[in-house]
Design a protein around this ligand. Sequence first.
Ligand SMILES: [Zn+2]
Length: 181
Amino acid sequence: MLIEDKEFGEVIVRKNALSRSIKFSVSTSGRLQMSVPNHTPNFLLKKYLNLNRKNIKAKLKLADPSTQKTRDYQKKVLMKKAKAYLPYRLEYYAKLYDYKYAKCKLTHAGTRWGSCSSNKTISLNIGLMKIPEKLRDYVILHELAHLNHMDHSKAFWAEVGSHDKNYKNHDKKLKMFSPGL
Ligand SMILES: [Zn+2]
């Protein structure tokens, strides 16, 4: 759910069965995010927010409420681009190098460009649409190689290297970019 705050704009509230205390963090759109135990009554949310206001301002880098909306829009545009491109690019390389994955998921999670789960789902960050094609392809090839090696062993890097000779350079360059908006 969302609550409106004069200073922070829209605040995302997540009620979580597992959380025991209140935690504040920054969402990918730069909004304040509040994670609270499941049973927390709504009237307490604003109270907690006010109690922690000073701390939040000192510790978290929130986007200005007006740029939050701009980011929402940018994210929507990026997601649209990503949908029309990333699953097909992944499929292309999987066919080319004979990999079998179960599913392609598009994410916009924090700092990871991609991931490969043990059930063979490959997740790709929509932020990939903002970086040069060579680096984007490197991330895709990196995640595909994880289908055979769920680690960063020598064998894993050898496999990445067999598809992308410049992988070391690409991996280094990738660190200059961030998937967030
Ligand atoms: Zn990896």
